[in-house]
Design a protein around this ligand. Structure first.
Ligand SMILES: C[S@@+](CC[C@H](N)C(=O)[O-])C[C@H]1O[C@@H](n2cnc3c(N)ncnc32)[C@H](O)[C@@H]1O
Length: 301
């Protein structure tokens, strides 16, 4: 069976997609959102389910709500990243399904519509909410959704009052943006983020006329130049695997976006080899702090 609608990137050997299949993952810039579809309007979907339990059940519930009666929903996940729980999820939604195991994935197919009450409960459990301990709007599934990341906290302790035009690469919920904008000398701040949900929430968390938001993969960003500063807590996981190249690409994009003399401030886990990526691109690289397994680096172009 070929699917015209897809959520995430299911392995090609496990799911056939039609050419120009419509993407629904919030991690795919430009994708549509399942939540905003009219109920019962989607003609089938194949989903690589996200690993977090609340997020996965929310995504499955959104797919069940959106799909047309009698249309197929094919859901898969690696066995150790939520796959072994898919069958129970579908049972909890009151769906009939068939399950198979292939290439380390569990794959479930259902034509059921599911129990509306169970769907509504999963949608409510995974919806955006105000998290008191963070003092921010957040949603299960976005980075560090219910606690302040220790690396970001350390960076905020060391960040000076910045000035001019800058960017926050991988801005998440807008935690760093909020701190950056306490400086009245900041005239403009561009938040770049690949997760549509986080970017939408940052709108509620840091509502400031100096902010511009870009839903994009930093690695593909060519539009920023002449900036006075770039601040970031670069991601180092992609598809559940550690990936140092991602942070290194963020550093290259920061160097390209900064003016001569502009500053890059970054926080990272101590083991990540970012100094080697910074050295050839920046005039001066300074280790500002190291604490609790994190480091803060300032680099001047
Ligand atoms: C370590 S988190 C930092 C989030 C936020 N700045 C903070 O301090 O809480 C990295 C962020 O980068 C985002 N991200 C991951 N890959 C990305 C990419 N290729 N382009 C843009 N953002 C990305 C993630 O969604 C996540 O929000």
């Amino acid at each position: 069976m070929e699917f015209a609608n897809v959520y995430g990137a299911p392995p090609a050997e496990l799911a056939a997609l039609s050419l120009n299949a419509r993407q629904f993952s919030p991690l795919s810039p430009g994708a549509d959102s399942l939540e905003s579809l009219e109920a019962g309007s989607l003609d089938g979907l194949v989903m690589l389910a996200p690993p977090g339990t609340i997020e996965r059940r929310y995504a499955i519930a959104a797919a069940l709500r959106a799909k047309k009666p009698g249309s197929p929903l094919l859901i898969m996940a690696p066995k150790d990243k939520g796959g072994s729980r898919l069958a129970q999820d579908l049972r909890d939604f009151g769906c009939e399904f068939v399950e198979e195991a292939r290439r380390h994935h569990r794959i479930c197919q259902t034509f059921s519509l599911g129990d509306p009450d169970a769907i509504a409960a999963a949608l409510a459990a995974g919806a955006p909410r105000f998290v008191e301990s963070l003092g921010l709007w957040s949603q299960p599934g976005v980075f560090s959704w219910d606690r302040l990341d220790a690396g970001s906290a350390l960076l905020m302790q060391h960040l000076p009052a910045l000035s001019g035009r800058g960017a926050d690469f991988g801005a998440g919920l807008g935690v760093l943006a909020h701190a950056i904008l306490t400086s009245p000398k900041v005239t403009q701040l561009t938040l770049v983020e690949i997760d549509r949900r986080a970017l939408d929430l940052s709108n509620r968390n840091a509502d400031d006329p100096r902010i511009t938001r870009i839903w994009a993969d930093v690695r593909e960003l060519k539009s920023l130049s002449g900036l006075d500063f770039v601040v970031m807590n670069p991601p180092f996981h992609e598809g559940g695997l550690e990936n140092h190249g991602l942070g290194q690409a963020f550093i290259q994009r920061a160097a390209a976006a900064l003016r001569t003399g502009g500053q890059c401030w970054l926080t990272a886990n101590r083991h990540l080899p970012y100094e080697a990526a910074l050295a050839p691109l920046f005039k001066r690289v300074t280790s500002v702090a190291e604490l609790g397994g994190f480091k803060i680096i300032q680099a001047q172009k």
